[in-house]
Design a protein around this ligand. Structure first.
Ligand SMILES: Cc1ncc(C[n+]2csc(CCOP(=O)(O)OP(=O)(O)O)c2C)c(N)n1
Ligand SMILES: [Mg+2]
Length: 343
């Protein structure tokens, strides 16, 4: 049996969680999971084109971080594995689904597709197909908040940015350059590494000299923390602390969330490289089941209340599919629109 790195263990007894907050976290994770399950179905039915990277298994990271921020006000920056970050940030499921179908009603007007979710309204800075490409963009967003507040005197500019990326991105130069600047200028940003152990078929320990990514923060004098990425309450706790630090002008945090994707790299990946033992170890740590057990054990929710959320979300997703299917394709006459800046 392989020894899996999953520490540190989080004691849920320290979590301050109201019933309302608990149900909100549950709803957000169920939305992410059911949405992605539906994507797989639609992809295999030929409704989506290109590569589609699903997030199943990693929901506690998106929910734990984004729900600790002010969705719609704070900034979120993603990768090509971006659907669930978009949903947590508040982009309606029907707009994300329509984007996946390449329709004009999609959040990127059907021009982006799976890897390029974007919403100015929800402060979603985008999904990015190049590994590590979002890191400088997010760093720039954090810089402008700070600049507006401190140089231009705009008191309302207290937004925090969350920048999500994978373990594979941490061997890329942009990671180091941006962390250096963010620490130097004390930017209000959370760098959230979703360490799911793999970069397509490359095992993390084979590709990096120091696999404990959070330790890399220390060379910049930045706070670095590791967290159990399969436990939404643990992620939420470290995210709340990091957001408070950023909002108070105390600078960035590098959060390494230890997690696992339950499916292959993309829906085109036969997923033959990861061992059965490893997969089973992580499947048993499903973050949604863990939160459901916590909520019921703590009498914060009944089985019936959880079931009701599940049904309601399923309905929302079925409606999103209908919306996407019945939406128009982008107009070919507008092919060049949104490429150049318009007056
Ligand atoms: C700059 C760049 N190099 C290579 C690729 C091909 N590629 C796509 S995804 C990926 C793996 C990235 O893994 P990781 O950052 O751990 O994210 P995960 O897919 O595990 O979420 C690679 C190498 C790319 N998209 N961009
Ligand atoms: Mg990875």
């Amino acid at each position: 049996m392989v020894q899996e790195r999953t520490l540190p263990t989080f004691s849920a007894t320290t979590a301050q969680l109201s019933k309302e907050e608990g149900l909100r976290l549950y709803e957000d994770m169920i939305l992410g999971r059911y949405f992605e399950d539906k994507c797989a179905e639609m992809y295999y039915r030929g409704k989506m084109f290109g590569f589609v990277h699903l997030y199943n298994g990693q929901e506690a990271v998106s929910t734990g971080v984004i729900q600790s921020m002010r969705p719609g006000e704070d900034y979120v920056c993603s990768t090509y594995r971006d659907h669930v970050h978009a949903l947590s940030a508040g982009v309606p499921a029907k707009q994300v689904m329509a984007e996946l179908f390449g329709k004009a009603t999609g959040c990127s007007k059907g021009r982006g597709g799976s890897m390029h979710m974007f919403s100015e309204e929800h402060r979603l800075l985008g999904g990015y197909a190049f590994v590590a490409e979002g890191i400088p963009v997010a760093t720039g967003a954090a810089f402008q908040s700070k600049y507006r507040r401190e140089v231009m005197g705009d008191e309302s500019a207290d937004q925090v940015t969350a920048c999500f990326f994978g373990d594979g991105a941490c061997n890329n130069g942009q990671f180091f350059e941006c962390l250096n600047m963010a620490a130097l200028w004390k930017l209000p940003i959370l760098y959230v590494v979703e360490n799911n152990k793999w970069a397509i078929g490359m095992a993390h320990e084979r590709a990096t000299s120091q696999p404990e990514i959070y330790k890399k923060a220390s060379v910049f004098g930045m706070v670095g923390v590791e967290v159990d990425g399969m436990d939404v309450l643990a992620v939420r706790q470290v995210a709340q602390e990091a957001v408070a630090r950023a909002r108070a002008g105390e600078g960035p945090t590098l959060i390494e969330a230890l997690t696992y994707r339950f499916r292959g790299h993309s829906l085109a990946d036969p997923d033959e490289l990861r061992s059965k033992d490893e997969k089973e170890f992580w499947f048993a740590r499903d973050p949604i089941k863990k939160l459901a057990a916590y909520l019921t054990e703590q009498n914060l929710a009944s089985q019936a209340e959880l079931k009701q959320i599940e049904q309601q979300i399923q309905q929302e997703i079925d409606e999103a599919v209908k919306f996407a299917e019945s939406s128009p394709e982008p107009d070919p006459n507008e092919l060049y629109r949104y490429i150049f800046a318009e007056d």
